[in-house]
Design a protein around this ligand. Structure first.
Ligand SMILES: [Zn+2]
Length: 530
């Protein structure tokens, strides 16, 4: 996966550089930038391996060390680099427990809530540094209630339950990931009257469909103990500084005001594994769920409840004002230095982050190294290029949002375009979304880069063959760091990746081994993405 995304990023960056280049002929530097003589699979894989050696969630020492690595790599490329810090509200799990009483006559089961290491796991030595599974900004508290199975937790799923005569009020819902944002799963549960929410990854969707399917490290699928963690925040940026930057000494709203904003959930929630989800499903009686609510071939029959299984969900989070670090690199333009072309990717990861986000970080560093080589051969950019490595994206696009809030007026008048890469590579197949101003640029870039999975065609040819609907998606949601640029100040933006969703997303199995075995074995996609 790494391989394709890297190439695409490169191609798109190259097209931006067409805009940036000053004569002698733009086309010369343009093709030099993407030429195979500059490509280096080994250096991309080295960046990725270094960045993902340890789990590095926002606010951790490991993530500060990753920031130093990015800073020193940019500096070594003769790029003026510096760190921009903000103090922002993050949450970490303090204590958690989950107990199921399957029926009044049975003893309670206490789940261990741990993702398992496997035999020969090269990251076993740092597995304890992985943050215990949790939802960032989840409500702290302890709730006890009968369980209702709510499928994907969409508004229409609650409509179906209502038609079936199932009352959700006072229950703890069990929802599966896959169709909507996890913050909306918890919000919908709250609005339906539930007192708590558990969200699991059904193996039908993430585990290869059950049956004979194998899982990581034997195949790409999520292991039974794997858990997709993530934020349930519905805003963007530091929740205590809505609309302004979290700079030193700034004013902040109180936690009570944050809770009344509607952007953080008001009931406790927890992400759980497929194995734990299935154990709970076996304790749910009542009517049989509809066919499209069922699991994989060998799963038990799913029923909707409520109960008789009763869960006790207890979660306590720490709220911490933590320091986050964006790493910024600047190459000044010679003709229009006050016009900015901005490339960005985040660095913080829920776990090791080999796909999300450090495949993108590796591509960003590869871009920096190629630009250094171009500079050595006489190239100077027409406009100023800013390379951004964001922090705390996973909590709520926080690093990029705070920076945009701090520099809003400057960026609104000077930013030409923002190019984002988050999960640069998770498999084969190029995907891009953007605002319409950049459509032609994206197409032209894709026409210049060879498809990393088929040397007889370009990425563009692969792209048009594989896309059923519109070629270029639009950036409606707040899926990554383009949001503040596009939605706060209206800067044209694009977002690219190789591969679509990947099953070990936000679990502790998103590591270098997964990337090397399943995402991008040759690191060609990564190079192409660059
Ligand atoms: Zn990400």
């Amino acid at each position: 996966m790494l391989k394709t995304t890297g190439a695409t990023f490169l191609a798109i960056a190259t097209s931006f550089f067409i805009l940036l280049f000053s004569p002698p002929p733009k086309s010369y530097y343009h093709s030099l930038f993407i030429s195979s003589s500059l490509s280096d699979n080994a250096s991309i894989s080295h960046h990725l391996r270094t960045l993902t050696r340890r789990p590095h969630v926002a606010g951790s020492q490991a993530n500060a060390e990753a920031a130093s690595y990015v800073l020193s790599t940019l500096s070594a490329c003769n790029i003026k680099a510096h760190i921009v810090s903000y103090d922002v509200l993050l949450t970490y799990p303090d204590s958690r427990s989950l107990t199921l009483t399957p029926s009044p006559s049975e003893p309670p089961i206490t789940f261990d809530l741990k993702q398992e290491i496997y035999e020969g796991d090269p990251y076993a030595d740092v597995a304890d540094e992985v943050l215990p599974t949790n939802h960032a900004y989840a409500k702290s508290g302890s709730v006890i209630g009968p369980v209702v199975y709510v499928n994907y937790g969409r508004v229409e799923d609650y409509g179906t339950l209502k038609e079936m005569g199932v009352n959700v009020t006072g229950t703890v819902v069990l929802a599966r990931y896959g169709e909507i944002y996890r913050g909306d799963i918890v919000m919908n549960a709250f609005e339906a009257g539930a007192i708590g929410a558990l969200v699991y990854t059904d193996r039908k969707d993430y585990g290869g469909g059950g049956g004979d399917a194998k899982w990581f490290p034997d195949d790409k699928w999520m292991p039974p103990s794997g858990v997709q963690v993530g934020t349930v925040y519905n805003g963007s940026g530091d929740p205590t500084t809505p609309g302004w930057a979290s700079s030193e000494g700034c004013e902040r709203v109180s936690i009570e005001e944050v809770e009344s904003s509607g952007d953080v959930p008001l009931i406790p929630s927890m992400p759980i594994s497929d194995a734990d989800g299935e154990t709970i499903l076996r304790s749910i009686g009542g009517q049989i769920a509809k066919d499209n609510w069922q699991g994989s071939i060998d799963a038990p029959t799913y029923r909707v409840g409520p109960g008789p299984g009763v869960v006790n969900l207890e979660y306590n989070g720490k709220q911490v004002i933590a320091t986050i670090q964006n790493v910024m690199g600047v190459i000044e333009g010679v003709e229009e230095p006050d016009r900015f072309v901005i490339l960005g990717n985040h660095r913080d990861a829920w776990t090791f982050g080999a796909v999300d986000p450090n495949s993108g970080t590796a591509a960003l560093l590869e871009v920096a190294q190629r630009l250094q080589k171009l500079q050595r051969s006489g190239w100077k950019p027409r406009r100023t290029i800013i390379l951004c490595n964001w922090d705390a994206e996973e909590y709520g696009l926080t690093g990029s949002t705070e920076w945009v809030e701090e520099n809003r007026d400057l960026l609104a008048s000077r930013a030409v375009a923002y190019l984002n890469v988050d999960c640069a590579v998770s498999g084969a197949g190029f995907h891009a979304s953007g605002t319409p101003q950049l459509d032609d640029l994206l197409k032209q870039a894709a026409q210049q880069v060879q498809d990393p999975d088929n040397s007889s065609q370009t990425i563009y040819e692969q792209w048009i063959q594989s896309t059923e609907s519109s070629l270029i998606g639009r950036l409606g949601g707040a899926g990554s760091d383009y949001a503040a640029f596009l939605q706060h100040i209206g800067v044209p933006a694009a977002d690219m990746r190789f591969g679509a969703g990947y099953p070990v997303y936000h679990s502790m199995y998103d590591d270098y081994t997964w990337m090397e075995k399943f995402g991008d074995p040759m690191f060609h996609r990564n190079v192409a993405g660059t």
